[in-house]
Ligand binder design. Structure first.
Ligand SMILES: N[C@@H](Cc1c[nH]c[nH+]1)C(=O)O
Length: 359
């Protein structure tokens, strides 16, 4: 009997779920229709363009489940009890820029709360990788905690550091900020004139915008303080660029990062974390030399990742999305737990891609 494609995809998702349950996970089944406010708070309004938002039953807004990780964290936070392993299989809904791509597809996933971070990262990667290893996926890994630590270690104003941190997930915006803060992009003449003016409101015409005069004044003061701040040191920008352009087998990448840490000691704890993760993976038979590490990896994935990130894709099928993705999201558990966070890492497999890849 040949099953229709949707049913085949579901059968594959159930098969993966059963394997995750055998691995000791508890099954979770988050709602399909989720309150939109938490998700909007977490991801920002950007997610509206990618998710299906609809009027909710309680008068507020609701969203078709765009992701399992957030509802699973909420589920876990309500119950606690570490360590915990959860598994799920079901549909998620995302608007695609390319309308020929499915807006609804299945994910089978596994999430691990608590535990030693390096051990847990290795356990999740090993489990996810084992299910797709027969497809010989191209593996790319990264660690968003390293770039974050590098930015936090920059000698500059707190405002500039925060602006860079906010835009880590928007590579073009991040680059534009680095160029501006290092003086590479000159301040636009109109802005320079405005900041130099004794009374910037003198010829501004009537006040018609939504922002009050005080708000505009606060913004002008911030821009003036920024214009007065010394540029970022070229040496520091070069170190950030070294991290961003790093692409090497993980063992070589670790050595390179250790070199960078000599000049940028703020990344040392994150680099030590990477070393521990590679040891834990090695102990499971996954040699670091087989895992490509990219310093930029994870910057165009989920904004909640703050450590290990990985993507497995089918090398002969560049037309397909990745077959598996995942990463660590300790900060998300803090955001949802009111500052009282815990360690968490997980990953998902797309059964539809496995089927396409083996067809
Ligand atoms: N929820 C992520 C995958 C993931 C699960 N756990 C951690 N990451 C996604 O949909 O891309």
């Amino acid at each position: 009997m040949t099953l229709p494609p949707k049913a085949t995809e579901r059968a594959e998702a159930e098969r993966l779920l059963a394997l995750f349950l055998d691995h000791g996970a508890e099954r979770v089944e988050p709602d399909l229709l989720l309150p939109a406010d938490t998700l909007l708070d977490l991801y920002g309004e950007d997610i509206r363009a990618r998710a299906f938002v609809t009027p909710g039953p309680d008068g507020g807004e609701a969203m078709l489940r765009p992701d399992f990780t957030v509802p699973v964290v909420q589920w876990h936070m309500a119950r606690r009890g570490d360590p915990a392993r959860y598994a799920y299989a079901g549909s998620i809904f995302r608007r695609q820029p390319d309308p020929s791509r499915p807006h609804e597809y299945l994910q089978a996933g596994f999430e691990l709360f608590g535990h030693d971070a390096a051990e847990a990262d290795a356990e999740v990667f090993d489990l996810i990788h084992a299910q797709v290893a027969h497809l010989r996926p191209r593996i790319v890994t990264g660690d968003t905690g390293i770039l974050t630590a590098a930015v936090m270690g920059l000698e500059t104003t707190a405002d500039r550091r925060n602006a860079l941190l906010r835009h880590i997930w928007r590579p073009l915006r991040f680059r534009a900020l680095l160029d501006r803060f290092s003086g590479k992009t000159p301040v636009a003449p109109a802005r320079a004139d405005l900041l130099a003016a004794a009374d910037p409101f003198a010829e501004a015409g009537p006040e018609i915008g939504l922002r009050s005069r005080t708000e505009v004044e606060t913004r002008l003061a911030a821009l003036r303080a920024d214009a007065a701040a010394p540029p970022l040191a070229a040496r520091d920008v070069a170190l950030i660029d070294d991290i961003l352009s790093l692409s090497a087998p993980s063992d070589a990448a670790l050595e390179r990062l250790r070199d960078i840490a000599v000049d940028l000691p703020a990344i040392t704890p994150a680099t030590d974390g990477l070393a521990r993760r590679l040891d834990a993976l090695d102990a499971r038979g996954i040699a670091p030399a087989r895992l490509r590490f990219e310093g930029s990896h994870g910057r165009s994935t989920m904004e909640y990742y703050d450590g290990f990130v990985f993507t497995l894709s089918l090398p002969d099928r560049p037309d397909l999305p990745p077959v598996a993705t995942g990463g660590r999201y300790d900060a998300l558990t803090r955001a949802l737990g009111g500052g009282d966070g815990m360690r968490a890492v997980g990953g998902v497999i797309r059964p539809g891609v496995i089927l396409e890849g083996t067809a």
